[in-house]
Design a protein around this ligand. Structure first.
Ligand code: ADP
Ligand code: MG
Length: 259
């Protein structure tokens, strides 16, 4: 899964990873929680072995509320049911519904590759894990915990199962924001697998004096990530053409030394 601030290239990196895995003959599910969801546009068209989906908050919330009413509402009298319905109208319901959908996606990783565009922050994971338990106990909404939810944090903490890619830019603020995301993940017991520094000018080998000057300024941030923050680091050059669609992503993958 990719993680990072808005606009740094999470969706692009997730789509490129999914494409590369599918091209290598793996079964891949690429999924996003990004409301902008231009993922569909990024990888328009059919790529064998690749399934693309979006976690839709409204659909997830409706389905979850319906399930709770059917299961926990079954044996309640009219007052009990009304209370349960009111409880389900709380904003917490949507958070928990999305959390559960996310847990389901992660759990699918037992049957094939799942690439998740934009993982929740460590804070969100811990908060929702607690909220889920609280909701269950206090509101007695649910008689059981799905296995996917029970397994979620252990699976995210398992470096052999989950790989988090922290995406950032070679600039001061984005690097420091990403460092905070990393600390926050650490509090949830999760260590990122690798960092990606995207949209780098110095990685393009540009001859343009202005862009080369700009590229030279990137070095101290790249060095900071390499020396202090990342276990593995990949630098992605700025692309003259937007890295969109299978072709654009292929081009981007072709430029990466890791390939
Ligand atoms: N290496 C790159 N070079 C040029 N443009 C890029 C590069 N990586 C991403 N972009 C463009 O930058 C914008 C933001 O990327 P996106 O992957 O949507 O970021 P995020 O998902 O983190 O918000 C998109 O228009 C994307 O096509
Ligand atoms: Mg995105």
């Amino acid at each position: 899964m990719t993680m990072g601030k808005g606009g740094v290239g999470k969706t692009t990196v997730a789509a490129a990873l999914a494409l590369e895995l599918a091209s290598s003959g793996h079964r891949v599910h690429l999924t996003t929680t990004d409301p902008a969801a231009h993922l569909q546009f990024t990888l328009r068209g059919d790529i064998p072995g690749l399934r693309v989906s979006r976690i839709d908050p409204i659909a997830e919330t409706l389905a979850y509320a319906k399930k709770v009413l059917a299961e926990s509402g079954r044996d309640l009298d009219e007052t009990g049911r009304a209370l349960l319905e009111e409880d389900l109208r709380s904003p917490c319901t949507e958070e928990i519904a999305i959390f559960r959908a996310f847990a389901r996606c992660v759990d699918e990783g037992n049957d094939g590759f799942v690439v998740i565009d934009t993982a929740p922050t460590g804070h969100t994971l811990l908060f929702l894990d607690a909220a889920e338990a609280y909701h269950r106990d206090v509101a007695r909404n649910l008689s059981y915990i799905p296995d996917s939810v029970r397994r979620l944090l252990p699976q995210l903490r398992d470096a052999n199962f989950t790989r988090i890619i922290l995406v950032t830019l070679p600039e001061a603020t984005p690097v420091h924001e990403a460092a905070r995301l990393r600390e926050d993940l650490q509090r949830a017991g999760i260590t990122p697998y690798a960092w990606v520094i995207n949209q780098s000018f110095c990685a393009t080998g540009t001859q343009d004096p202005v862009l080369a000057e700009r590229g030279a300024l990137e070095w101290r941030y790249i060095a900071e990530v390499r020396d202090k923050l990342a276990q593995k680091l990949v630098l992605i050059p700025w692309q003259a053409e937007p890295p969109v669609g299978a072709e654009g992503l292929e081009r981007l993958l072709g430029e990466l030394a890791v390939r």
